[in-house]
Each structure stands twice: as C-alpha cells, then as structure tokens.
Design a protein around this ligand. Structure first.
Ligand code: DO4
Ligand code: MG
Length: 284
C-alpha cells in the first residue's frame, strides 16, 4: 500500500496509489484531510486499503506531487555506511577523526535536516546554495515515524549536502545541510506490507546532465552499519516527536571528490519496494 500527498483544485489531498501504479485515488472525500491523521492509526495498512475514494481516479502522469509530509520534523543520521565515513575523512582533514570515531561509536550522528517548507516532492526542485562550490545529492532510505516513534512507513530521501562548507569546518554542518529546498522526499510513502525484506532493499542514484548520465551508483540497506530500530531509539531519547517525524538514514553512495552537482542536473533516486524520486537542481 502506498500513500501520497497531491495537489488538487481544492488544495492538498491525501491519496492512495492504485491499479498497479497507473492511477491515484484522492481520499479527501473519505474525511481524511492529512497524512498525520492516518499515520497515527494502529491499523494503518487496513485503513489505507479500505478507505473508499469518492473522487475519480487521476492517471499517474497527471498528478501534481507534493512531498508526503504535513507538520513532521525531518531528521537525518550520518556516517552509517563505510562509504560515507571514508568520503568525509577525505573531505575534511580537521574532522577526519570525528567521522572515524562516530562510525563505530554506540551513539550515532543524528542531525536536524529540514522543516516541511524546506522539502520538495517528486518532480520538484532541489537547490544548491549560492555560496557553495562542491555539492552532492545523498540518496537515503527514509523512515516515517509515528508520534510514538514507531516505524510506520518508508520513503525515498535526498539529503542535499554542500561538501565544501561541511569540509571546511564540522561546525558548519547545519549550513551545509539546512537551507531552502535542501531535502527531497517522495514520491510517496510505502507502508510495511509493500516492502521487501530489509537485506534485499537496493538504493540507486543516477545523475543526468544534458540527457547524459554523469554519475550512477548503488548500495543497499544491508550495507548499513547501524540497526534502524536502534537509530530511532537514539532519536526519541528525551526528544518527543508530537507530530511524528521523517528520518533519513544516511548515504552509502558518494560520488568521487571530482564530482559536483550543477544547476539543471536531474537526480533520480530509486529504492526497491518504494519507487523513484526525481528532482531537478536549481541554484540562485
Ligand atoms: O556528518 C556529515 C553528514 C553525514 C551524512 O549526511 C551521511 O552520512 O549521509
Ligand atoms: Mg546524509
């Protein structure tokens, strides 16, 4: 089962993907106004399946996608894959030992990534900061958490990062990570019933420039050095999530140091069991 947030003439609406991804059903006629209303249900999969759709279905190609988020905070974990640890150690001599230690420490690196207004959905724009010269997308398996910290769904996340700013000084991390249009999420939320076993979930990144692929890479959730439930336990320690949260779980794909994103690049991130999130890059 897959839940989306879409723009309709009447405003944002919650929708269910139907007919093997051919159409989308607007659920607002069933009294469901927000995703948060559904995500806090104890019987989410049944609720999503049984809700009748009053409005006619919309062909997938006509849908205007919104990021599938209401008022949740967006958090992220870092240095959860070996590739991220080595890339960060190359990027910053000064902080190399921090990245080295955090990879194996009991306490993970967790940081605040975005508010909903900084997030873009499928086919929306993502931004390179005007003061950054070395930028990458980070393809991340993303957890959707209820207000009790329960994992209730999964989506695709793009943790846009300014590597020159982060590499200059680790204290600049919030500026390298948090700015307008810094976070992609979508295209929709996959509920647990649709997901393959975790060790079979591949994560794929493709960057297209002038119709040519300039980077492609892949990893899998099985390569992650952390356990997902453990990451969530650290996040909710002394930290209430009254509206639930999204949690990006770190990148295992980092292009070589010579690569930087350019404006008009098109970034495709696919995750098995969920789908593909596509965004065009803007700057300025
Ligand atoms: O500390 C740097 C950020 C790490 C990160 O975003 C990642 O590993 O995905
Ligand atoms: Mg990241």
């Amino acid at each position: 089962m897959f839940l989306a947030k879409i723009q309709t003439k009447q405003g944002p609406a919650v929708a269910r993907i139907a007919n093997q991804f051919a159409t989308v059903l607007d659920l607002s006629g069933s009294g469901v106004q927000t995703l948060s209303q559904m995500l806090s249900s104890d019987r989410l999969v049944e609720l999503a399946r049984d809700l009748p759709a009053a409005a006619p279905s919309i062909p997938l190609e006509n849908v205007q996608w919104l990021p599938p988020i209401d008022d949740q905070e967006v958090w992220a974990a870092g240095v959860t894959y070996k590739r991220s640890q080595t890339a960060r150690m190359e990027e910053s001599e000064a902080a190399a030992s921090c990245y080295d230690r955090v990879y194996t420490a009991a306490r993970p690196e967790l940081f605040f990534k975005a508010t909903p207004n900084r997030c873009s959905g499928h086919l929306g724009k993502l931004r390179i900061r005007t003061d950054a010269t070395w930028n990458v997308p980070e393809p991340e398996f993303t957890l959707v958490l209820s207000n009790q910290g329960k994992i209730v769904g999964y989506t695709v996340g793009n943790d846009m990062s300014s590597r020159d700013i982060e590499g200059d000084n680790p204290l600049y991390l919030p500026q390298a990570k948090v700015y307008n249009q810094c976070c992609g999420i979508g295209p929709w939320i996959a509920l647990a019933d649709s997901m393959p076993p975790r060790d079979k979930i591949g994560i794929y990144l493709k960057i297209v420039r002038n119709n040519e692929t300039v980077f492609s890479g892949e990893t899998g959730v099985a390569q992650m050095a952390r356990n997902l439930e453990d990451l969530v336990q650290w996040l909710i320690r002394d930290n209430d999530l009254p509206n639930g949260a999204f949690m990006l779980t770190g990148t295992g794909v980092v292009p070589d140091s010579s690569f930087t994103l350019a404006k008009e690049d098109v970034v495709h991130i696919s995750i098995d069991g969920i789908g593909t999130l596509t965004n065009t890059i803007v700057q300025g």
